[in-house]
Design a protein around this ligand. Structure first.
Ligand code: TXA
Ligand code: MG
Length: 335
């Protein structure tokens, strides 16, 4: 057995005993527990300080394992698994009784995906059971794309982190519900809507205006992914009445192709304008800007196509309002 295999075997043993293991997936780090044990999953909610009404995604190592957890598997689900698994697509379908209610927050459905990451798949196989895992951050905060991020927020609350450096996709999975007709995208993510439409045909993809409570997808809250530093989305135009001025040097800039834009400090998500690169860098850049003591972060919108839809979804939920520039200063309006 190699050192890596020993590590996975040990981590699998922790899961089987009801412990929590943070692990990399292709999207973000997950905080894993035995999906078939209500007690183990309860510990995820405690460690994350996550409200019990927010259900958790179950991770499997093959489509067959998913079919053992779903009560019904329409042909469309098989077509989606065939095309997009392993990968950043989570599918919601009616659950079987073996899935504890705490996993689904009492919903009659369960969200399942097969991650495209050797470590994640190795852990699921080593544990010998499906693994329930939300993103490995405190509830409502910026998602972790590196094992260091996990340690910053969850150290002392979990049994282990499998350290494997940055996650390649960088943004969470797309969540699609096949319970609705036509199917509905509950959260845009690492699988672009354009690709989904090729398989699904008609798709409901407009953002849900859900703020509180369980249905239809509790994670789609208005405020999520929040940095400590207030974030504002840059838009064209001049400030009007009731806008608040913030000196430009007190703001950090999160740009798409351009890092500075006249700010003292800024970061470009992708100088060549590549939305995949932008998604991969997004959460880490947000975290860095958040740690620098600025009064505000000003974020530039990215094009809403491909992975840009998922990035803009995160930016809107992370933001407290909008920003405009005038005569060297930043003006913001809280919304
Ligand atoms: O890429 C990902 O999806 C990552 C990695 C770790 O797999 N996980 C992740 O989990 O982002 P989390 O808990 O941060 O987000 C799960 C989303 C939430 O929006 C939740 O409401 C939704 O999936 N969800 C889970 N189960 C659901 C269900 N039965 N019906 C509707 N939405 C569900
Ligand atoms: Mg999350």
């Amino acid at each position: 057995m190699s050192a890596d295999e020993r590590g996975l075997a040990e981590a699998g043993e922790i899961i089987r005993k009801g412990g929590l293991v943070a692990f990399p997936t292709e999207t973000v780090y997950g905080l894993g527990a035995d999906a078939l044990s209500a007690e183990a999953v309860a510990r995820i909610f405690e460690a994350k300080e996550r409200p019990r009404f927010d259900p958790i995604i179950v991770h499997v190592a093959s489509p067959e394992e998913a079919e053992e957890l779903w009560a019904e598997v329409p042909d469309l689900a098989r077509a989606l698994m065939e095309r997009f698994w392993p990968g950043p697509l989570t599918i919601v379908l009616p659950k079987r009784d073996v899935v504890p209610d705490i996993v689904t927050a009492g919903l009659p459905t369960v969200a399942i995906r097969m991650p495209d990451h050797e470590v994640a798949l190795g852990l699921i196989r080593a544990a010998g059971r499906p693994i329930a895992a939300p993103s490995a951050n405190r509830f409502g905060k910026t998602s972790p794309t590196h094992h260091e991020h996990v340690l910053e927020e969850l150290s002392g609350r979990i049994e282990a982190v499998i350290a494997a450096g940055p996650t390649p996709v960088g943004i969470e999975s797309t969540v699609i519900s096949l319970v609705e007709n036509p199917p509905r995208v509950l959260r845009p993510g690492g699988t672009p809507l354009e690709a989904l439409r090729e398989v699904v045909g008609e798709l409901q993809a407009e953002p849900l205006a859900v703020k509180h409570g369980p249905a239809p997808s509790p994670g789609t809250m208005r405020r999520h992914y929040m940095p400590r530093t207030p974030l504002f989305l840059l838009e064209p135009g001049l400030p009007g009445d009731g806008w608040e001025r913030i000196p430009r040097e007190r703001c950090g800039f999160l740009g798409f192709r351009e890092a500075k834009h006249g700010f003292r400090y800024g970061e470009a998500l992708s100088e060549k304008g590549d939305l995949r690169e932008a998604a991969a860098k997004f959460f880490a850049a947000l975290r860095r800007l958040d740690s620098m003591g600025f009064s505000a972060i000003v974020a530039e919108p990215v094009p809403e196509e491909g992975l840009g839809v998922a990035i803009m979804d995160r930016l809107k939920r992370a933001s407290q309002g909008i920003a405009r520039l005038n005569q060297g200063d930043v003006w913001v309006k809280r919304l």
